[in-house]
Design a binder for this molecule. Structure first.
Ligand SMILES: *Cc1c(COP(=O)(O)O)cnc(C)c1O
Length: 472
């Protein structure tokens, strides 16, 4: 396949795909059984035989696109994955073309340079000191630091590892002991529990901190938990706060939590995978007020910054903590001064790593910080509009006013899982469900601005019809 001919052949199908999705001309979701898809795409045939030419590529692409979940669709309300800007798409394509795994500078100087600047930009958004250029760093430099990594789950793992190194510097050499604990809420993303497991902490080593009825941390309760744990001889690796939590999209009060953590000398890690992007918005950044008091933050660009997956920033206030995370001696941190760039490899789980910064950069370059912020503000405002609309419905209720673009609801006589499954069967709307306040709710997330209130009205008409047919 010639590159130019292949690319040309894809322009029209890609353009149609985007337009049809946005217009809602095609189902948001359409789940064909796996063997049928494998057959239709002739997966085994092409693996065994090779030889795909441009005409076959075009046919394959048509079949492939027909079997995808359309995130741009007005009815796609299920998951927290953003829709890519044109810039982001081009970034992914260019990155695949140059194949510059940039974790060491010599393997991708252009992308590494972009990443260095983007990390500094994100550090500034968090109110932390950006890093000087690599050649200007010396032992006395005090600044923030960060790196991109493949997703929020890996981001949480990396940040918690950095925190563990500070709490238990011996652990890298000796392994973990059972006096180490993490403080988290039951509303933390499951990757926090997984990270704990991966770091060799048992389930019992995650201590739950109290939350209010909405699942938000109560800062006043923290000194007691911290003192109780310490009086039992426990060493606290970190307290993990949500910004925002996955289920209902609520933000923990970071300033009050940060003040307690600073007074007590506890590492505060903020899981901002979904919500940290509010830092781009003057209107919404108050939700992250106090973030500068934290020690580490993760921030997904593939959620609210319209960047193709995966692209997550792990950020720390003190660069030494991230540089020590994977390496106790830290001697290599002050890297070879002759090198013209920077090796991110000391800061990530990955060795070979995609040029993620290029995708985020081209998204930003296209929309600007302001453009991304406006979209996010519109998505949040829309969730609040939908909340008010729900308040008018006698048979629908929502457990909490949405602070972000996530909204949970229940509808009389409906089993959320059955409704979700029936909607998937129908295909126009795709919703998720979540466990919240000891109950299962249907859940909508607005990841783009293609959904109108009239779509939501049609969704509820559909749900009510489904309930009618189940309870005739
Ligand atoms: C999405 C999410 C994660 C996981 O991020 P991935 O990029 O999906 O790995 C972690 N924490 C929160 C709060 C999230 O919303």
């Amino acid at each position: 396949m010639k590159l130019d001919e292949s690319l040309s052949a894809l322009i029209e199908p890609m353009q149609n795909y985007v337009q049809d999705s946005i217009a809602g001309n095609k189902p948001a979701i359409h789940l064909t059984p796996m063997p049928e898809i494998a057959e239709k795409l002739q997966v085994r045939h092409w693996v065994d035989q090779g030889g795909m030419d441009v005409a076959a590529l075009k046919m394959f692409t048509d079949h492939f696109l027909a079997e995808t979940t359309r995130l741009r669709s007005p009815g796609f309300l299920a998951h927290q994955t953003g829709v890519s800007t044109s810039g982001g798409i081009i970034g992914a394509l260019l990155d695949g073309m140059v194949n510059n795994p940039m974790n060491i500078y010599e393997m991708g100087p252009a992308t590494a340079s972009i990443e260095y600047v983007l990390i500094n930009w994100m550090l500034e958004k968090a109110g932390w000191q950006p890093a000087p250029w690599p050649q200007d760093i010396d032992e006395k430099t005090v600044s923030g630091a960060g790196a991109l990594t493949h997703g929020g789950s890996l981001g949480n793992l990396t940040a918690i590892l950095a925190a563990r190194t500070q709490a238990a510097p011996e652990a890298w050499e000796e392994g973990v002991s059972d006096d180490l604990i993490l403080l988290a809420t039951q509303h933390s993303h499951y990757s926090v529990a997984r990270s704990a497991g991966l770091l060799g902490l048992g389930r019992k080593q995650i201590v739950a901190v109290e939350t209010d009825d909405n699942g938000v941390i109560m800062p006043d309760s923290l000194p007691d938990v911290i003192q109780t744990q310490r009086s039992q001889g426990k060493r606290i690796i970190a307290l993990i706060a949500n910004a925002c939590a996955t289920a209902a999209g609520l933000f923990d009060p970071l300033r009050a939590i940060g003040e307690v953590c600073q007074a007590e000398g506890v590492w505060l890690h903020v899981d901002g995978a979904h919500g940290a992007s509010v830092l781009l918005s003057e209107k919404l950044s108050g939700l992250m007020d106090g973030i500068e008091l934290a020690d580490s933050l993760i921030w997904d660009a593939h959620k609210m910054m319209q960047t193709p997956p995966l692209c997550t920033a792990v950020l720390v206030k003190n660069s030494k903590t991230l540089d020590q995370a994977f390496e106790q001696e830290g001697s290599y941190i002050f890297h070879d001064k002759k090198q013209p760039g920077f090796d991110f490899i000391g800061r990530t789980v990955e060795c070979t790593r995609a040029g993620q910064a290029l995708k985020l950069f081209l998204s930003l370059a296209e929309k600007g910080e302001k453009g991304l912020a406006q979209d996010l503000e519109a998505q949040t405002a829309f969730a609040q509009t939908v909340y008010r609309w729900i308040e008018q419905q006698p048979d629908v209720s929502s457990p909490v006013f949405p602070e972000s673009n996530i909204i949970c609801f229940s509808i009389d006589q409906a089993d959320p899982i059955q409704i979700r499954d029936a909607l998937i069967e129908d295909g126009e709307f795709h919703l998720s469900t979540t466990q919240y306040k000891n109950q299962r709710f249907l859940r909508m997330v607005f990841m783009h601005n293609h959904t109108r209130l009239s779509d939501i009205e049609r969704l509820f008409t559909k749900i009510r019809a489904l309930i009618q047919s189940a309870h005739p």
